[in-house]
Design a protein around this ligand. Structure first.
Ligand SMILES: Cc1ncc(COP(=O)(O)O)c(C=O)c1O
Length: 301
């Protein structure tokens, strides 16, 4: 009987299994302390997009959180190619994870005494903002009682599972009838949302916050392509009041690309419909998937 990989595949301890069979120990600090770092790349139409950039960011995250795994970049690249190839998924959300691991000295409180380990998994492609929501424009809520974890407490540039602030914000947003949340920092500046960066377009200028955020690969792609489209870009602190003065607002994420935002709290943007510049940026983003320098085709069995 052949194994069913249609819901995804995982690599763990040298073996590829259906994703549902990949498990970690209840003693792993990755679970008990959210002590891990990860990255997520995507496969669209049978090819990875900017995989080298995701692998590079992952290496930087590993160094920042001081997790050291035996697999180097080349092997990680082979592993993610092999799981997607095995899964047969032409469009996939591909996660690489490194955990602090299980204490090697039972009961230790010393993070150096844990067995750091790496695994990877892939599942069918995920849209952080569902296509039907992106089509009408997402409605974002700025939670009143939650602020983004400060970057001097948890480094937002090392992709992490410290999602207490995001989850609390999501509950507030969903309870208030919105699609998702956008969090402020403790100075009242805009940061990001659960799984996406945010952008404000005013006139000919596209702005995105500089600190307290993950430096998204999609964000980087947007900043690069804006240059080609003749739009100015600014990466700097953006207050909520300045953000609310935008002509257009959009999000960016590996899970779904560029998604228009038409409402934040009671404020309505671009006549409650996706704005023309956002549509142009989104279309250009999708066209970049065909650029040979960004495409790494997967070999399917
Ligand atoms: C907190 C956070 N911000 C931003 C992003 C977007 O980053 P990228 O474009 O690399 O997917 C993500 C992606 O999951 C995220 O988790």
């Amino acid at each position: 009987m052949s194994t069913d990989f249609s819901k995804g595949a995982a690599w763990m301890d040298g073996k590829i299994t259906p994703v549902s069979e990949a498990k970690i120990s209840v003693l792993d600090w990755g679970f008990t302390r959210s002590d891990c770092t990860y990255d997520v790349a995507s496969v669209r139409n049978g090819a990875f997009f900017r995989l080298n950039d995701y692998l590079e960011r992952f290496q930087q995250s590993l160094a920042k959180v001081r997790i050291s795994v035996p697999q180097k970049t080349e092997e990680m690249r082979d592993i993610v190619h092999s799981i997607v190839g095995r899964s047969g998924l032409r469009d996939s959300y591909v996660a690489m994870v490194a955990c602090r691991g299980v204490p090697l000295v039972p009961g230790t409180r010393d993070p150096r005494q844990c067995g750091n380990h790496f695994f990877a998994w892939c599942i069918p492609y995920v849209h952080v903002i569902k296509p039907e929501i992106a089509a009408r424009g997402a409605h974002l809520f700025v939670p009143r009682d939650v602020r983004r974890i400060p970057p001097d407490s948890v480094d937002s540039t090392a992709k992490n599972y410290h999602w207490g602030d995001m989850t609390k914000g999501l509950f507030e947003a969903l309870d208030a009838g919105f699609d998702t949340a956008m969090l402020l920092d403790h100075r009242g500046n805009v940061t990001e949302g659960p799984g996406f960066n945010v952008f404000s377009l005013k006139g000919n200028c596209v702005r995105t916050p500089d600190t307290g955020v993950l430096e998204g690969i999609t964000r980087r792609t947007v900043l690069e392509l804006c240059g080609e489209l003749g739009l100015e870009t600014e990466v700097r602190p953006v207050s909520l009041s300045e953000f609310m003065e935008s002509d257009e607002v959009f999000t960016s994420s590996t899970g779904g690309g560029v998604a228009p935002v038409t409402r934040i709290n009671e404020r309505v943007f671009s006549n409650d419909a996706p704005g023309p510049a956002t549509r142009r940026i989104s279309e250009t983003y999708l066209s970049w998937f065909d650029r040979p320098e960004h495409r790494q085709p997967v070999t399917y069995a």
